[in-house]
Design a protein around this ligand. Structure first.
Ligand code: NAP
Length: 267
């Protein structure tokens, strides 16, 4: 039984707020109750903006299971499915159930400090670990509890499949079809000299393996970035990175094809 409540999220641009007013009118005319922001009884979430707005919405709502659709207002729009001009067709398809749900996995980093504090960071795109801009960091990396390398360079990024087309791609990482539930570990400016030996390519991990990251010096400032949210640590002991339980249920219509979208957006 659907609740008839739709939660709307909009970024601050003039174009998005204009589109928001139009959509509100259309939804009200179809008998929906529109909530601004998250309503736990909503049957559908709509995010107006680009991928950045989509990421912020997911973090603000703490990755709810409620289906979500993105309305693109002129951005790159990898997560976004509908253009404002297509909104009437969208409502019809939505009511007929003519859509599929694309499940997108997330990545989780559990950070432990030297005084025993634990923080959990979730990313839909990625989780990155870096030092401050002016010096390299040295990280002991392990996979499934087995030491794999001492990384030296700017940092390490762990991307979900959905996030493979974002920062990961700019770093030379591979594009991964979101149907593959995996984590991709991509180095940021790895040093590979006779003094330091680091992998220079990405490593692909299955969903049941954990990446362990231990900074060589726990007193250096280390940053954890999850989807552009930055947290600084001056006493980081270790980070465990693995797939998280939370996932995003993204509405896609019959003509959606991941690889066509990749071609349209990148080539
Ligand atoms: P931003 O720096 O303002 O925008 C980053 C760009 O990445 C935007 O064009 C955004 O698309 C696009 N994007 C976000 N998620 C994507 C995805 N899954 N696939 C393809 N493109 C995607 O930051 P933001 O808008 O707050 O987004 C945060 C994300 O920026 C981070 O998660 C990280 O992946 C990315 N980032 C990229 C770089 C880089 O490529 N050098 C550096 C830092 C951060 P829209 O135009 O549709 O918003």
């Amino acid at each position: 039984m659907k609740s008839g409540i739709i939660s709307l999220f909009t970024n601050e641009t003039e174009r998005s707020t204009g589109v928001e007013s139009q959509l509100k009118e259309k939804l009200a005319a179809r008998g929906y109750q529109v909530a601004e922001g998250y309503d736990e009884n909503a049957e559908l979430l709509i995010c107006i903006g680009g991928d950045g707005a989509f990421l912020r919405t997911m973090h603000r709502c703490d990755f709810p299971e409620t289906p979500i659709v993105g309305v693109n207002t002129g951005h790159l729009g990898f997560f976004q499915e509908v253009w404002p001009e297509e909104f009437d067709n969208f409502i019809v398809d939505y009511e007929l159930g003519s859509y599929t749900i694309q499940k997108l996995g997330t990545v989780m980093g559990i950070a432990t400090t030297t005084d025993g504090k634990r923080d959990v960071h979730i990313g839909l795109n990625e989780l990155a670990v870096t030092g401050s801009k002016s010096y390299s960091i040295h990280l002991d990396l392990s996979i499934g509890g087995k030491p794999i390398e001492k990384f030296s360079g700017d940092g390490i990024l762990v991307a979900t499949s959905a996030g493979s087309t974002a920062y990961n791609y700019s770093l030379g990482g591979s594009i991964v079809d979101p149907r593959l539930n995996s984590l991709q570990v991509t180095p940021l400016a790895p040093m590979n000299t006779t003094a330091y030996r680091s992998f220079t390519s990405s490593l692909m991990l299955p969903p049941d393996l954990t990446l362990g990251i231990v900074p060589e010096a726990s007193d250096k400032v280390i940053y954890i970035h999850n989807d552009g949210i930055e947290t600084a640590y001056s006493n980081l002991k270790e980070i465990e990175v693995r797939t998280a339980d939370k996932c995003v249920n993204l509405i896609r219509f019959s003509d959606y094809d991941f690889w066509s979208k990749v071609k349209d957006k990148f080539l």
